[in-house]
Design a protein around this ligand. Structure first.
Ligand code: NAI
Length: 462
C-alpha cells in the first residue's frame, strides 16, 4: 500500500495550496521541500519580500512628496537599509510560518529535502523512498539567464540578489522592462538610485494593452527611471566592483556601453525541473522545457501530474494556486477547473497596473467588433484626495452584446479593483451590469463603474 494518496514536490503557491485542498478533501498528503522554509520562490524570494520593499519605499515617496502638502510638516525619514531588510525578513517569516501552521492543522507531512521520482508511484527524499498513488510536480521556475551576462548575485543580480543588496546602489542598470524590472527598479529609484532600464522590445511590459504601456512608461520616467527601448543587451562585465553593460540599439545596430554599481537581470524565468529524473521516467516536455500536461494536469506518465510555473501558461502565483486547487479536486474525484480567460495580472508599482482578459490589440487581431469605456482617475474624488489621480480604468466590451471582454487599470489600488471585473467576467456580465450596480462613494471603485457607464450612455464625472 502507498504511504500517501498524494506527494507534492515543491511548496510554493501551487504546491502548498494543492496540498491543503487535498488534505481538506480527505487525501493523505505530503509535500517535499528542500528549502529551510515553506512557500517557495513567492514567499521567500519573490512576491512577498518585493511587496515589503515596494510598500516601504512608497511610504518614503509619500513622505518626501506629499506630506507637506497635507500639512504634515517635519523632516522626511532617512533610510536605514538594514532595518528595511529586516522588516522584509520579518514579513517573510510571518508568511512562511503561517504555511507551516496550516500544514500542521491539515495534517500534511513536510518531507524535508530535495525530491526526485525514481519510478511512477515513488518519491525519493534523501535516502528514503516514499510511496504515493499520485505525484504532483510543483517545482516552479528559476531565473532565465542571458548569454554573455553572468549573474554573481553581488554586482550582477537576479531578483533574488536584488532583494538583498548589501547597500542601496548609486546607479543601477535594469535589463528588461517587464514585471520584475519595473517593480524592483522603481523601489531603488525611490530609495535614491539612478535607475536605467534597457528593454529589448519597443514597449515596456510586452503583451500589455498598448495604451497602458504608453501611460506606464511615462509614469515610470516621471519617477526618475530612464528607459532605453529597442536595446538588445549583448554582455555585461564586472571590473573593480562595477559592471559595464554593452547593448545594441535594434534601430541602427549601433553599440553602446553603460556602467553602474549594480545590474539587475530581469529577462524572464524558466521552468525548474532539475534533478527530478523526468528524463529517465520519460515524462514529456514542451519545446520550451515545460512539463507537458493535458487538460487535467496529467503528464504522459500515469500517476504523475504537474502545475504552476513548471507547466504552460503565465508564470503567476495565483494561476499556480488555482491549478493546485483544481488538481486536488480532480484527484479527489471531483471536477476541478480553471478559467484561463479570467486570470488577472498585476504589476505592484505605484500606481499599480492590472489587467484581465483581452487587450485592444488582441481584439483587433481577432477582428472582433468592440467598444471602449474609459474613465480617468482625475474624475474620481477619492483619488484626488489621495494624490492618486494619475491613470485610468479601461473596459473593453463586445460591440453587439456589451459582454465584458477585457479590462485594464493603471492607477490607485488597480490590483484590487481588477477583481470586480474578474467576477463580472466569470459571470459573463455585460458592462451595463456593472454600470447599474450601486458603488459606494467616495471609493476608487467608482472609477470602474464610470468606465462601465462609458461603454453605454457615458460617465457622469467627465
Ligand atoms: P518578463 O517576461 O515580465 O519581462 C522580461 C523582459 O525582458 C521583457 O520585456 C523582454 O522583452 C526583456 N528582455 C529579454 N531579453 C532581453 C535582452 N537581451 N535585452 C533587453 N531586454 C530583454 O520577465 P520578468 O520581469 O523577469 O518576470 C519573470 C516572471 O515572473 C514573469 O512571468 C512574471 O509574470 C513573473 N512575475 C510576476 C510578478 C507579478 O505578478 N507581479 C512579479 C514578478 C515576477
Amino acid at each position: 500500500m502507498a504511504d500517501y494518496d498524494v506527494i507534492i514536490i515543491g511548496s510554493g503557491p501551487g504546491g502548498y495550496v494543492c496540498a491543503i485542498r487535498c488534505a481538506q478533501l480527505g487525501l493523505k498528503t505530503a509535500v517535499v521541500e528542500g528549502r529551510d522554509t515553506l512557500g517557495g520562490t513567492c514567499l521567500n524570494i519573490g512576491c512577498i519580500p518585493s511587496k515589503a520593499l515596494l510598500h516601504a519605499s512608497h511610504m518614503l515617496h509619500e513622505a518626501e512628496h506629499n506630506f507637506t502638502k497635507m500639512g504634515l510638516k517635519g523632516k522626511s525619514p532617512s533610510v536605514d537599509w538594514d532595518q528595511m531588510k529586516s522588516y522584509k525578513e520579518d514579513v517573510i517569516g510571518q508568511n512562511t510560518k503561517g504555511i507551516e501552521f496550516l500544514f500542521k492543522k491539515n495534517k500534511i507531512d513536510w518531507l524535508k529535502g530535495w525530491g526526485s521520482i525514481p519510478a511512477a508511484g515513488q518519491v525519493k527524499v534523501g535516502e528514503e523512498v516514499h510511496g504515493a498513488k499520485n505525484i504532483v510536480i510543483a517545482t516552479g521556475s528559476d531565473v532565465a539567464t542571458l548569454p554573455g551576462v553572468d549573474i554573481d548575485e553581488d554586482v550582477i543580480v537576479s531578483s533574488t540578489g536584488a532583494l538583498d543588496l548589501k547597500k542601496i546602489p548609486n546607479e543601477m542598470i535594469v535589463i528588461g522592462a517587464g514585471v520584475i524590472g519595473l517593480e524592483l527598479g522603481s523601489v531603488y529609484a525611490r530609495l535614491g538610485s539612478k535607475v536605467s532600464v534597457l528593454e529589448f522590445a519597443e514597449t515596456v511590459t510586452p503583451g500589455q494593452d498598448a495604451e497602458v504601456q504608453r501611460t506606464f512608461k511615462k509614469m515610470m520616467e516621471k519617477q526618475g527611471l530612464t528607459m532605453t527601448l529597442g536595446a538588445a543587451v549583448q554582455s555585461a562585465e564586472v571590473k573593480g566592483g562595477k559592471a559595464a553593460v554593452t547593448y545594441k540599439l535594434r534601430s541602427d545596430d549601433s553599440e553602446h556601453q553603460v556602467k553602474a554599481d549594480t545590474v539587475l537581470v530581469a529577462t524572464g524565468r524558466k521552468p525548474f525541473v532539475d534533478g527530478l529524473g523526468l528524463d529517465r521516467l520519460g515524462v514529456a516536455l514542451t519545446k520550451r522545457g515545460q512539463v507537458a500536461t493535458d487538460g487535467h494536469y496529467a503528464t504522459n506518465v500515469a500517476g504523475i501530474y504537474a502545475i504552476g510555473d513548471a507547466i504552460e501558461g503565465p508564470m503567476l502565483a495565483h494561476k499556480a494556486e488555482d491549478e493546485g486547487m483544481a488538481l486536488a479536486e480532480i484527484l479527489a474525484g471531483q471536477a476541478g477547473h480553471v478559467n484561463y480567460d479570467v486570470i488577472p495580472g498585476v504589476i505592484y508599482t505605484h500606481p499599480e497596473v492590472a489587467n484581465v482578459g483581452k487587450t485592444e490589440e488582441d481584439l483587433k487581431t481577432e477582428g472582433r467588433a468592440y467598444k471602449v469605456g474609459k474613465f480617468s482617475f482625475m474624475g474620481n474624488g477619492r483619488a484626488k484626495a489621495n494624490f492618486a489621480g494619475d491613470g485610468f480604468v479601461k473596459i473593453l466590451a463586445d460591440k453587439a452584446t456589451d459582454r465584458i471582454l477585457g479590462a485594464h487599470i493603471i492607477g490607485p489600488a488597480a490590483g484590487d479593483l481588477i477583481h470586480e471585473l474578474c467576477v463580472a467576467m466569470e459571470f459573463g456580465a455585460a458592462a451595463e451590469d456593472l454600470a447599474r450596480t450601486c458603488h459606494a462613494h467616495p471609493t476608487y471603485s467608482e472609477a470602474v463603474r464610470e468606465a462601465a457607464l462609458a461603454c453605454g450612455d457615458g460617465p457622469i464625472h467627465s
